[in-house]
Design a protein around this ligand. Sequence first.
Ligand SMILES: [Zn+2]
Length: 290
Amino acid sequence: MPISTGQLTSAMDDLGLADRPVMVHSSLRSFGDRVDGGADALLDLFLARGCTVLVPTFSESQFGAVPPAAMRPERNAIDYAELPADAPAVQDVPEYTVDSTVVNEGMGILPARLLARPDAERGRHPLNSFAALGPQAHDLIAAQSAADVYGPLRELAGRGGAVLLMGVGLDRMTLLHHAEQASGRRLLVRWACDSGGRVFMVETGSCSEGFPRLEPVLRPLARTARVGESGWAAYPAKEVIDAARDAMCADQTVTRCADDSCLRCRDSIAGGPVGPAPLACPSLERRPRR
Ligand SMILES: [Zn+2]
């Protein structure tokens, strides 16, 4: 039996998601059976409940550039010795624009289907954009820029929004990177190119493999439901930021992953990059949709 719209809707209602903006991290495979109508039907059910759906639509591998020597902060989770020492200031890397539908494959089917909607809004960050669909989509996404990667998550929290994990764990919860920022860590710096191929710096998220270690702190905030074989957990965004921030302030090593050689954990836990910060970023404004 495929997962029915009735099952999905009642789980959304059990979790109190109606009329709220919801950051969704999902694995459709987790249901253990076909979802009736697939990812598009799921999006339509959220919209029918008055939700605004927010998803990560990251694209580092497609739009990332190699840093020129003057744009290499220390403690930035990169061994610069492995990069060419003389990377040019102008490179042959495509420019990201908000009308792009290019997204990392690992993001899953729901973000890809959301981006394919003509009324989807996508944020102005070349490597870690978010995209949204629904009544509050414009306001959430307008808060993102190349110099403010987590603006939409701040908006989500300020609007009483939720984070919904559908069959995935805390290692997928991007909001916890915003909590890292709130705990005083500086975000890692990465690089992209503008329309002229000129390299600029942007802030991006760090390692999330250790986030499940925050489970004891966050579990009391979650409401849970089950759809087929998929376990859902909905968290209030603001309370998650506050609780995770406090846990990190009390012990920065709480998010360390199991890989002792992880540079991203090592440098983020130490406070993040030191040195040149992202300054002027291109606006990456909307071009006419093709
Ligand atoms: Zn790590």
